[in-house]
Design a protein. Structure first.
Length: 289
């Protein structure tokens, strides 16, 4: 824990905004990294409802360096920044904001972090059928990244929200060259999609603490060798991953994406390479306890 006497008027600060944010491990992981490199930074968790006002406050404070943006503000935050990369604008969501010379620069690290998690586990999506469970902000970021930076055979989307589902389907079809299929999530569509999916990316909050006993996928639908990637990182092993592993599937926990995206954010906040193993051990220690 940083001694409050070390915080001065020159201390740069960063924060995560969302609602809720009480479960977030971002303060622990970033503050540990700041301390490891002896940087004059501090990171806070801030529950926020009014994104516009929060970003106006960020703009007004010279030492406010960066923001992590989490549920449910990833799409809304995009409307209130001064600059955003074309790929992130096409995604329609951001999870990182940097304050540079009175300008707010928005970007996304979820997609690159997820792709790295897949590649690092020898599960690159190139040439494979990829199924997304969920079509919200995280799914948009990952699907666009995989479609543009890898070469999946096809992408299938399932969600109960017809507006999100068709919006993502339309944007992927117009913004990428990968075949896109989308269906409303129900028992029939899930069975059909799981039967041909090589890689499954779970992008909903189902199974997240405190509702750890929930999963979208019945165990009988998993296949040996199938890759199941759950972006939920609390708990460390979700019911989805546990049941997939027991059926012979290869599993990738959400902690891999979380650490990757935090390391990317850290570099944007500080201009320095993140101490990735320090960050990983902090997350694992918190989750195991």
């Amino acid at each position: 824990m940083r001694d409050l006497r070390d915080i001065t008027t020159s201390t740069q600060f960063c924060a995560v905004i969302g609602n809720p944010v009480g479960h977030s491990l971002s303060p622990a992981i970033h503050n540990a990294a700041f301390m490891h490199l002896n940087l004059d930074f501090v990171y806070l968790a801030c529950p926020v409802e009014d994104v516009r006002s929060a970003l106006a406050g960020m703009r007004a404070i010279q030492t406010f360096r960066g923001l992590s943006v989490t549920i449910p503000h990833k799409m809304e935050a995009l409307k209130h920044v001064d600059e955003v990369a074309e790929v992130d604008r096409s995604i329609g969501a951001i999870n990182t904001i940097i304050h540079v010379k009175d300008r707010l620069i928005g970007l996304g690290t979820d997609g690159p972090a997820a792709l790295k998690a897949l590649v690092d586990r020898d599960a690159a999506p190139d040439g494979r059928n990829v199924l997304f469970l969920g079509a919200g902000g995280a799914a948009r970021a990952i699907a666009f990244t995989l479609a543009r930076q890898a070469k999946p055979n096809r992408i299938e989307l399932l969600d109960i929200n017809e507006t999100l589902l068709r919006g993502l389907q339309r944007d992927l079809q117009s913004g990428t060259h990968v075949p896109i299929h989308a269906e409303r999530l129900n028992d029939k569509s899930l069975i059909a999609a799981m039967s041909v999916a090589d890689v499954v990316v779970h992008c909903t909050s189902v199974g997240m603490h405190p509702k750890e006993d929930a999963s979208l996928v019945p165990p009988a639908l998993f296949r040996p060798g199938q890759v199941i990637f759950d972006i939920v990182y609390t708990p460390l092993e979700t019911k989805l991953l546990r049941e997939a592993r027991m059926r012979g599937a290869r599993v990738i926990p959400g902690v891999e994406m979380f650490v990757n995206q935090a390391a990317l954010q850290f570099r944007h906040f500080t201009g320095m390479d993140a101490p990735v193993e320090v960050m990983r051990q902090v997350v694992l220690s918190h989750l195991r306890s």
